[in-house]
Design a protein around this ligand. Structure first.
Ligand SMILES: *Cc1c(COP(=O)(O)O)cnc(C)c1O
Length: 410
């Protein structure tokens, strides 16, 4: 069987005694500690290293927010509280999580379409900045704040006329459920300010999972120009601009990491040439997968090794119910292999081609197709990398009743 390439294993993962080491511990020690597989392991040292790498290239003026939906595991969120400047949340559930960690709600902004009245009320009470997604939501927020006699903190999420593309930029506006069409933003902002809300500025999110620095740079420059224009039309100084993010990580064969130095240089240049409307504006990026994705590894044990028509299957105790994205069923058109390894034989020669599958009774449950791996047997542990974002919380853990995976921050 001709092998199919695997995605690139992120930097920083080494072997000891033949085993994969995560956060200084071998996988067998980690699995023993957790008392189980399947298991997500997130490494603090990797989280720290990633943020340090980013801070080293970013101008000091630009803050970094963590988008909680990428990984809402409470110990990860707690760790990120010490690294990030702020948090972006998308539900009152995520808000409650941050509150339970004692995180200052003044550092938090809440975006997302379809915020219910009870969510708006909780956010207004807590002093969270609400990124308004529609005129209707703005009215509901004002009414709730009036009833509570609290000044709401509001920003506006803009639906820009451009998009962040993997390669280049597609201009020309589009209908979206997110944000308010750019041309309607000044009127709504003026209305919110007149109604007595605390004006917190603009949120412009242009896309996700970009690996092309030029595309990100172009989007950021468009974001700055749009924010300056809107701010001029609103006619009051813009307190804050959330510039979005979209920084991607390499998941698949051929993916190259984002050129951070190019991004940092472009942002530094942009900061030194900011339009006058943004001279005093607080700036931030909001990043999810870029901050946490590569710090996580999904570990699953081989429970069966079988051959069908000459093809070897390594059947694991995990699968798409924990790692939907690795199975190719989370927003991908063509299934490609994530980085996968036999963690219990991490430095062994890759001398066999096998399919790694999950334990669910569906042909969708594939973790690696035609992967070149060391010969592995029942009991060996498979590692699926790039599992730190949109893994445990973005997979259908209840599907087929196997239940959720364990999670560990080390
Ligand atoms: C999902 C989301 C993010 C995080 O996206 P990543 O691709 O994980 O960086 C940031 N901002 C908003 C508004 C989002 O919806």
């Amino acid at each position: 069987m001709k092998p199919k390439a695997l995605g690139p294993i992120p930097a920083g993962f080494t072997a000891r005694d033949g085993e994969l080491v995560i956060g200084g511990e071998t996988v067998s020690a980690l699995v023993e500690r957790a008392g189980r597989t399947p298991l997500f392991v997130y490494a603090r040292d990797q989280l720290d290293a990633r943020m340090a790498e980013l801070r080293a290239v970013l101008p000091e003026r630009i803050g970094v927010n963590y988008a909680v939906k990428a990984n809402p595991f409470a110990p990860v969120v707690e760790h990120m509280a010490g690294l990030a400047d702020g948090f972006d949340i998308a539900s009152s559930g995520e808000m409650a999580l941050l509150q339970s960690q004692g995180i200052d709600m003044a550092r938090v902004s809440f975006a997302g379409p379809g915020k219910r009245d009870d969510e708006l009320e909780a956010a207004v009470r807590a002093g969270v900045t609400l990124n308004c997604e529609s005129e209707g939501e703005a009215e509901r927020t004002l009414a709730i704040a009036k009833k509570l006699d609290i000044t709401p903190r509001v920003a506006i999420r803009v639906n820009p006329d451009f998009e962040l593309r993997g390669s280049g930029m597609k201009m020309g506006g589009g209908a979206k459920p997110f944000g308010i069409d750019a041309e309607r933003v000044p009127a709504l902002a003026s209305h919110l300010i007149k109604a007595g809300a605390e004006w917190r500025g603009l949120h412009i999110f242009t896309g996700s999972q970009a690996l092309n620095a030029d595309a990100v740079i172009e989007a950021q420059s468009n974001v700055i120009a749009l924010a300056a224009r809107l701010s001029g039309e609103i006619g009051v100084p813009l307190p804050k601009l959330n510039m979005g993010g979209g920084f991607g990580i390499p998941y698949f064969p051929g993916d190259e990491p984002l050129d951070l130095h190019a991004l940092g240089a472009a942002l530094t240049e942009a900061i030194s040439n900011l339009p006058p409307e943004l001279a005093k504006t607080e700036l931030c990026l909001e990043l999810g997968r870029f901050l946490v994705g590569e710090a996580g590894v999904y570990l699953t044990r081989i429970v069966d090794r079988k051959v069908s028509h000459g093809v070897t299957y390594l059947v694991t105790d995990g699968g798409l119910h924990h790692q939907l994205a690795a199975s190719g069923n989370f927003g991908t058109v063509v299934r490609r292999n994530y980085p996968v390894a036999i963690a219990s034989r991490f430095d062994a020669e890759r001398d066999e081609v096998a399919n790694v599958v999950g334990c669910l009774c569906t042909p969708l449950d594939r973790l690696a197709d035609k992967a070149e791996l060391p010969r592995a047997d029942v009991g060996d542990i498979v590692a699926v990398f790039c599992a730190g974002a949109y893994g445990a919380s973005a997979s259908p853990a209840n599907f087929l009743g196997h239940g959720p995976a364990g999670e560990l921050l080390v």
